[in-house]
Design a protein around this ligand. Structure first.
Ligand code: PEP
Ligand code: MG
Length: 753
């Protein structure tokens, strides 16, 4: 029996035959017909067909050996339709003994494919994007061998490069979409507010190998070996801390090192080169394989490993190109395009040139989104299929007001966005002018506007915004962007810098709020059925007090005799607060016993995020020095609606009687006991919501930096008494949402919301 794997390995000439067929000149159709004939013969297949993606996304039969010739250019599959659509969607091979029995099979009578059962299809990948599908079929039911799958993948890769390269022009393949060129709009989710216009820069852009077939296999094997050795040496050196090139932690580098020395990886590369590919093509080939295998994984750990392999593949390509360095030059108006970003990736780019960020995956709580917000870089995420639709250098728009990306926008869209950018700039200038104006309502109520922060970069914005302090410092951010657990000294250093930057203005440090959607890659955590309701925040802190105590110790050390405000997240019972407070007292006493300065003044507070506390405020408030309402969590628990789930995002309105009555009740209880209270959830930073909070009686609002200007403008135009009367009447009603009514009220009061 013929062994196709052996055939290819025995005759590297197959790839050469294909190349010659493509190079021989003449009409593209003839050349492709010849190519599928050659492949069918060498794979001992009765059918070999080539499908290419058209600009509209449809897959068209472009050439076939074995199926009805009349079906060529006639048979088309819509995106996702049939087995071909399935291969495009998955980006990996499908190997079926009996194709007609597969649920995705779509029968096309014009092709005459009835008698064929065995089916093997592989995507034509180019720069990670599927541009077509290559299929072989046989009558007899059988599963193709691993060697056969691998051979067809190599052929598909060579073919993809030939079709996309100079050999066959796009004109000849009229309508085939090698690179997308139509204007497109993709809907995603808002991660960091703003608007930006610029050119696409692909994060870790795939380097397309210029030559696929090696002229001299032995020499190529030697090249690959040299590059792998250089890569391993570079990583070993980084690990030994000799180089100072990368500040990444030991653990991350250790993982790299493991992969770089991974025999499986090296062997796959060597095999591919032995089969006739250049070293670069071999790297791409193995990369595609990993992508296909790990890219489907739901397990976040496995997906992260894919990231490691991708990074390693890029490094190896750089070594093969004779350049081991990572630095990149950005155009002046770069919009970074990435699947997702690692903890420090974004910070490595030149901030002055980076205008926006588009992500295929991620969540608003992802590292990249957090850093983007801190740096004030507009960011839209969850853009499905983004990387398939955009090429380096394409003009793109980040519309983080609506959560959309425009690729290669039409001139009228460009015009409209440019004027919106201008309006935003003017508004920003107005807010900047208000920076030093204190926020008094027209009837003389002082509203204290504070900023939410969590990273060093936030400190720069503190002065710019005119915030009167930091109402919520999310200490877990330092832990989330680090690649290993920040030690005592690192924590103390950050808290000191924050207090120094605040220059005497109050800073409320919230203790670690981990768990839920904030997981640390380096901390082993048990999988929970329901993480938002699980072992998180203060619960973790009290059960494993060592981490919390270390943090409290660092906070006390950083204060060095200055005033200190500490707040606990997700307190759900008075007992929890009592226990947490006792830990603070214990740590202060410990510091004093060692002759260290106690804080000049110590305020300890609780976040009100768990609804249960609303009915126990009479017990809680006397124990606290202040409280802060975390509306993000409070509303998620009130409405039983996951705050990170895009489907829930507009389902329940914070401006609704139940939510506002809960807030009014908290405010009233605090007023009665004289407990200082603030609101620090995202709603405090949106003018209409902030107006409602002021109307309910809240006088301290803490928000993302970008909210301060607009909210201040609202406060300055507000008559609190009139607002209070209006809102209090509205929340008595039976409507599901009173947003429209509050908006009408705000307009009647001539408010800037
Ligand atoms: C909140 O829940 O409203 C809050 C401010 O905390 P975080 O968003 O960090 O959970
Ligand atoms: Mg919270």
């Amino acid at each position: 029996m013929a062994m196709p794997g052996a055939v290819i390995r025995g005759q590297r000439s197959l790839l050469r035959q294909i190349r010659e067929a493509v190079q021989r000149g003449g009409p593209a159709q003839e050349r492709l017909d010849m190519v599928v004939r050659i492949i069918a013969r060498s794979m001992v297949a009765e059918v070999c067909s080539l499908y290419m993606r058209r600009a509209g996304g449809e897959m068209e039969l472009f050439a076939t050996e074995g199926l009805a010739p009349d079906a060529v250019h006639l048979t088309r599959m819509r995106p996702g339709e049939g087995l071909v659509g399935e291969i495009m969607r998955l980006g990996r091979p499908l190997n079926l003994a009996d194709a007609p029995n597969h649920p995705a099979f779509s029968y096309r009578p014009e092709t005459g494919e009835d008698p064929y059962h065995a089916f093997l299809g592989v995507p034509l990948l180019r720069g990670g994007r599927a541009i077509g599908v290559l299929v072989v079929q046989n009558r007899t039911e059988r599963v193709y061998t691993e060697d056969e799958v691998e051979d067809l993948q190599i052929i598909a890769m060579v073919l993809a490069e030939m079709v996309a390269g100079e050999l066959i022009s796009e004109d000849e393949l009229s309508g085939v979409e090698i690179t997308p060129h139509r204007p497109e709009r993709i809907k995603g989710a808002r991660f960091a507010d703003g608007l930006a216009l610029g050119v696409a820069v692909l994060h870790e852009p795939p380097v397309a190998p210029s030559q696929l077939l090696a002229d001299d296999v032995v020499a190529e094997e030697a090249r690959l070996k040299t590059a792998i050795v250089a890569l391993q040496a570079q990583i070993d050196e980084m690990l030994e801390g000799q180089h100072g090139l990368v500040e990444a932690s030991y653990e991350v580098l250790e993982t790299y090192r493991m992969f770089a020395h991974d025999r499986g990886w090296n062997r796959s590369l060597e095999d591919a080169v032995r089969n006739g590919l250049t070293a670069e093509a071999a790297v791409e080939r193995v990369r595609s394989e990993h992508r296909a295998r790990l890219g489907q994984a739901r397990d976040p750990y496995l997906r992260e490993r894919l990231h490691d392999f991708e990074d390693l593949a890029d490094r190896l390509l750089r070594h093969l190109a004779g350049d081991g360095h990572v630095a990149r030059n950005l155009p002046d108006d770069a919009i970074l395009i990435a699947r997702n970003l690692g903890p420090a990736d974004l910070l490595e780019y030149d901030r002055t040139k980076l205008k926006g960020l588009l992500l295929e995956e991620g969540s608003p709580a992802s590292h990249a989104a957090i850093v983007a917000r801190a740096l004030d870089i507009p960011c839209v995420g969850r853009l499905t299929g983004l990387r398939d639709r955009v090429s380096e250098g394409d003009p793109v728009i980040v519309d983080a007001e609506t959560g959309e990306a425009y690729l290669r926008p039409r001139p009228d869209v460009l015009q409209a966005i440019s004027s919106r950018i201008e309006v935003r700039a003017q508004r920003r200038a107005e807010f900047a002018r208000l920076r030093d104006t204190p926020a008094f309502t027209r009837d003389g109520v002082k509203v204290t506007l504070l900023m939410n922060a969590g990273l060093d970069v936030d400190l720069e914005t503190l002065a710019e915004t005119g915030a009167e302090g930091i109402g919520l410092f999310r200490t877990e951010f330092q832990f989330m962007v680090a690649e290993e657990l920040p030690r005592f000294n690192a924590q103390t250093a950050l808290y000191s810098r924050v207090l120094d930057a605040a220059g005497g203005m109050p800073v409320t440090f919230r203790t670690l709020d981990l768990g839920g959607d904030k997981v640390l890659p380096y901390l082993e955590a048990e999988r929970e059925e329901n993480p938002a309701l699980g072992w998180r925040a203060i619960r973790m802190g009290l059960d494993r007090p060592a981490l919390l105590r270390l943090q409290l110790r660092a906070l006390i050390a950083a204060a060095r005799g200055r005033p200190l405000r500490i707040m606990f997240p997700l307190v759900a019972s008075v007992d929890e607060f009592r226990a947490a407070r006792a830990l603070v007292d214990h740590e202060v006493a410990w510091a004093q016993r060692r002759g260290r300065a106690a804080p000049a003044r110590l305020d300890v507070g609780a976040m009100i995020e768990a609804p249960a506390l609303i009915w126990h405020l009479d017990a809680l408030l006397p124990m606290t020095d202040f409280v802060s309402v975390g509306t993000n969590d409070l509303l998620q628990y009130l409405f039983a609606a996951d705050r990170g789930n895009a489907r829930m995002a507009d389902r329940y309105d914070p401006l609704s009687p139940p939510a506002l009555r809960a807030l009014a009740q908290i405010q009233a209880a605090c007023e009665e006991t004289g407990t200082p209270v603030s609101v620090c959830g995202e709603m405090a930073g949106r003018p209409l919501e902030a107006f409602t909070l002021v109307a309910l009686g809240f006088e301290r609002l803490s928000m993302p930096p970008a909210g301060i200007g607009p909210v201040k403008q609202m406060v300055l135009s507000c008559d609190r008494e009139a607002a209070r009367r209006g809102v209090m009447a509205l929340i008595k009603g039976s409507a599901g949402s009173v947003r429209n009514e509050i908006e009408t009220l705000a307009r009647k009061l001539y408010l800037s919301v």
